[in-house]
Design a protein around this ligand. Structure first.
Ligand SMILES: Nc1ncnc2c1ncn2[C@@H]1O[C@H](COP(=O)(O)OP(=O)(O)OP(=O)(O)O)[C@@H](O)[C@H]1O
Ligand SMILES: [Mg+2]
Length: 284
């Protein structure tokens, strides 16, 4: 069975995209084959993370960008597959990164999807389109699927929650962030009861963690107390290398001489990836 998780928190900049990319790479290091899906919007940050932004922009300029991730949400996606065959469609949607995993990048067309799905009455049809796609075309082809979600409570991110059910939340140490996570946990309870799906806060990953500071220690204790079972085994260190690597279109796994903080972050991603497989694999 394919392990699925969506990286979500209703706040910008806590490290959702970074976490998706690096956990994906860590799972790859551990021998799993996977794919990342970028639902986080038009900046196409995951494509940038793997140096695929330029080729994607070129495809858009040359009108070679159809079908794309937004097509998956179309009423006519099924027809499109019937006409062209699944392989041809997947070939267009899926990019290969040079770090081992595949990627379905974001697309500007995703912007209008929320508006269109807003008119769909049937709940499962409205929120379950990505899940239908994943069930039909990706399940079984990959060992894992990680979905990068925008920090917004809207229909497209909810599609990510329906498709993945397991939610990973990267958090920083601070009262605002703590509040955001509590809100997310409450929201997940609501998804479970209102939508009758198995949504779960599977892993909370403290990110940009600065060891030995009182702030970090205090908040780690608060997070541990409140989210005990969901906490990741290792926090991810704050590291300038992570920023720089991202700017350079790669993960820190590609650095030849990682700094001490980057090495610690790498180990943390690997430990967290192992634990993720245990938590999700064990549930199925
Ligand atoms: N552990 C870390 N150490 C240092 N910088 C980090 C770390 N994690 C993420 N960053 C940096 O923080 C910034 C925000 O991270 P990222 O883009 O992953 O957040 P996000 O939650 O996806 O944001 P958005 O809500 O805008 O999509 C980026 O510049 C990234 O390189
Ligand atoms: Mg992001």
């Amino acid at each position: 069975m394919t392990i699925r998780a969506a990286v979500f928190l209703d706040k910008g900049g806590t490290g959702k995209t970074t976490t998706t990319a690096h956990l994906g790479r860590a799972l790859t290091e551990l021998g799993h084959e996977g794919i990342l899906i970028d639902l986080a919007g038009k900046q196409s940050d995951l494509a940038k993370q793997f140096g695929l932004y330029e080729p994607q922009q070129k495809a858009i300029e040359n009108d070679e960008d159809f079908p794309n991730l937004s097509s998956v949400f179309d009423d006519d996606f099924g027809k499109l597959v019937k006409m062209n065959g699944a392989d041809a469609i997947l070939d267009r949607l899926i990019y290969e990164t040079n770090e081992g995993m595949d990627l379905i990048p974001a697309h500007p067309g995703l912007d209008s999807v929320d508006g269109e799905l807003n008119n769909v009455e049937d709940r499962e049809d409205r929120y379950g389109r990505l899940k239908a796609f994943v069930d039909e075309y990706l399940e079984g082809r990959y060992d894992f699927i990680l979905i990068d979600l925008p920090g917004l409570s809207r229909i497209v991110p909810y599609n990510g929650v329906w498709a993945a059910e397991n939610i990973i939340a990267p958090v920083e140490m601070g009262s605002y962030e703590f509040g955001q996570l509590k809100q997310l946990a409450e929201d997940i309870d609501k998804y479970r009861s209102n939508w009758d799906i198995d949504a779960e806060l599977t892993m909370v990953i403290p990110n940009k963690f600065e060891r030995g500071t009182t702030l970090a220690d205090d908040y780690m204790n608060r997070y541990q107390e409140e989210f005990n079972g969901a906490m990741a085994p290792n926090p991810v260190a704050k590291s300038q290398d992570i920023r720089n690597a991202t700017e350079a279109g790669k993960t820190i796994f590609e650095l030849e001489e990682p700094s001490a903080t980057a090495s610690r972050a790498k180990e943390a991603y690997l430990a967290n990836a192992r634990e993720l497989v245990d938590r999700i694999g064990g549930k199925r």
